[in-house]
Design a protein. Structure first.
Length: 141
């Protein structure tokens, strides 16, 4: 029998922290690059706003559904699937052939990234024994 991994809680917390940091950076990247993107593609503010809104609408819809999804599938498998999905969606963005496909890929990216927020605090509630007392974002098992 293998000995237990020392400080496993910190490793899990670190991975969840890195996932959340990547999530936040990805959400802010277009806003930082907005002036360059608008100049390169000759977009006005209204066109660029549609690109931002496509991501944010999917993120809002996805957050309402991802808690239920994580409850059904399980936290470990659900978060792994979500990270895989938003990684693939992020890889599709450079292959956009026009504005509609770019908005579609950003929509998929927002839908995939939306599971990070409901999933991140759940291990903390479970490890501290708070799962039976607190129902924060998601219904822990």
């Amino acid at each position: 029998m293998k000995p237990p991994i020392r400080h496993l809680r910190w490793y899990i917390g670190g991975v969840l922290f890195l996932s959340t940091v990547i999530n936040y950076l990805d959400r802010q990247m277009l806003s930082v690059l907005a002036p360059d993107i608008k100049n390169e593609f000759h977009w006005n503010n209204q066109t660029f706003a549609l690109l931002i809104i496509s991501f944010r609408v999917a993120y809002a819809i996805g957050q309402t559904a991802s808690g239920r999804f994580l409850d059904t599938v399980g936290l470990r498998k659900g978060l792994s699937l979500a990270v895989g999905f938003y990684s693939l969606s992020s890889m599709l963005v450079p292959f956009a052939s026009g504005f509609r496909s770019l908005c579609s890929f950003r929509f998929l990216l927002g839908a995939g990234e939306s599971a990070c927020r409901p999933a991140s605090p759940t291990p903390r509630f479970r490890s501290d024994g708070l799962a039976h007392r607190i129902r924060a974002i998601q219904n822990p098992e």
